[in-house]
Design a protein around this ligand. Structure first.
Ligand code: GZL
Length: 313
């Protein structure tokens, strides 16, 4: 059996291996790199897989090209981590017509459920709601539950279900507090550089920001740098509260250093679950349509050093 690896060279692949084409968003964040690592560590030859990995550098058209190449190569399964929720109908219909099962992973695509076998992901809306609930609790403990609270959001890639869910979830709680005001939301594309740039813009525009909601850790790291550069302070002892999402290892460093107040986990270790799903499908079993990863949150009131020792990313 012959497949292209990376579209250049053909390579002989052992008939018994399950060939999986994986279209990954890119390498925009620590979370994404942990996600890629987890999938590569699970879908190995010794586990019975031949993985064709395509990094789309955060461009949807590259993901569509990758899926089309997987179809041409007649892979056994396609795993797609869709960068945004729209624009997938046609190419997923082509995969279906070619009889290749598609597993959506991490973010979701807004397509007919018939076009994918299952989705492994996290509940972004719940993450956003949990962040809002945490903020309400924190402000009450600080005696600030009646005070006018000005909030800005550094959003993830526009149209990514992680961005949509976190924004909508937080908004749901914000609406319950008429003393909270969302001054602005700007797209930081889940990267540290863009997060810093967006925070610089927001600090120039508003001089009364109390809370920054960053929709992933890397943008939060950028925001902290921008806040410091503007001569302001953040974190539990600062004048700007920072909330973030993902809970990668560097976010624990930032909380321990007192730069970020709280982080809402989004577990990237999908590899083992994907391995289990594909193995089940290969054995002719059916699998649950939606498979949520478990999640938690962490803040500076917790024993973060010992928690981090237990964590794998
Ligand atoms: C979340 C995932 C997001 C992470 C970011 O499910 O899609 O993409 O929160 C990553 O760090 O870039």
């Amino acid at each position: 059996r012959e497949v292209y690896t990376g579209m250049q060279e053909m390579s002989e692949v052992d008939e018994n291996l399950i060939v999986v084409g994986f279209s990954q968003v890119g390498s925009e964040s620590d979370w994404r790199n942990a996600h890629t690592q987890s999938v590569k560590e699970a879908l190995t030859e010794e586990n019975g897989f031949y993985l064709i990995f395509e990094d789309a550098q955060q461009k949807q058209e590259n993901q569509i090209k990758a899926v089309r190449s997987f179809i041409l190569q007649e892979v056994d399964y396609i795993v797609l981590a869709p960068i945004v929720e729209t624009g997938w109908e046609a190419v997923l219909q082509e995969a279906k017509d070619a009889g290749i099962p598609v597993i959506l992973d991490d973010r979701l695509a807004d397509v007919d459920e018939e076009l994918y076998t299952c989705w492994v992901g996290t509940n972004a809306e719940k993450e956003g709601e949990d962040a809002g609930l945490w903020l309400a609790d924190y402000l009450e403990k600080e005696g600030r539950d009646e005070e006018e609270i000005n909030i800005v959001t550094v959003q993830g890639t526009a149209g990514a279900t992680a961005q949509i869910g976190r924004t909508d979830g937080f908004q749901k709680i914000l609406k319950q507090h008429d003393n909270w005001k969302m001054l602005d939301r700007m797209d930081g594309d889940f990267t540290q550089a863009k997060g810093q740039e967006v925070m610089e813009t927001l600090l120039a525009k508003y001089d009364d920001i109390d809370v920054v909601v960053c929709e992933n850790d890397n943008m939060a790291f950028g925001a902290v740098d921008a806040i410091r550069a503007a001569g302001r302070t953040c974190g539990p002892d600062g004048d700007i509260i920072i909330i973030s999402f993902d809970a990668v290892s560097a976010a624990f460093d930032a909380m321990i250093a007192g730069e970020i107040n709280a982080v809402f986990e989004c577990n990237p270790l999908h590899g083992p679950k994907l391995q289990e799903i594909i193995t089940s499908l290969e054995a002719g079993k059916t699998v649950d349509k939606i498979q949520y990863m478990e999640e938690a949150y962490f803040d500076t009131t917790m024993d973060l050093e010992s928690i981090r020792k237990e964590r794998a990313y």
